[in-house]
Design a protein around this ligand. Structure first.
Ligand code: 5GP
Length: 109
């Protein structure tokens, strides 16, 4: 069954809306946040549909580990050798506004 692009990140994944892509591979996509909260603000998302951090299962170990490796590499590539924040908002009361798991990579300030 075709994936329903019912949120903005699925639309970015299927390229029906544009994004400034920082990294793309089989498991994840990283792109610059449209409303950056820091000089570097990249979002890293799994290609697999995972709606929130609370929905992860043991089957997601590989993609979650991979996202952390990509985050560290992007931080180095984007000039964040001095440090950065990697943030996940989970659920309505955790400040999550887009219902597809995403990691905020923030730094440069
Ligand atoms: P949340 O609040 O769910 O943790 O973070 C969602 C993030 O997605 C926000 O920082 C917001 O600026 C970003 N965002 C929302 N819509 C778009 C979009 O269409 N393109 C990009 N690149 N980022 C978006």
């Amino acid at each position: 069954m075709a994936m329903m692009a019912d949120n903005v990140f699925l639309k970015i994944l299927d390229r029906s809306i544009p994004a400034k892509v920082a990294h793309d591979d089989d498991l994840c996509l990283a792109f610059h946040d449209v409303r950056p909260q820091a000089p570097v603000h990249v979002l890293i998302i799994p290609k697999k549909v995972i709606r929130t951090h609370a929905d992860v299962t043991a089957a997601d170990r590989e993609v979650l580990g991979h996202i952390h490796l990509v985050a560290a590499k992007l931080a180095a590539d984007l000039g964040l050798a001095d440090g950065y924040r990697l943030v996940v908002n989970c659920g309505d009361r955790g400040g999550q506004t887009v219902p597809h798991l995403h990691f905020h990579l923030l730094g440069g300030r």
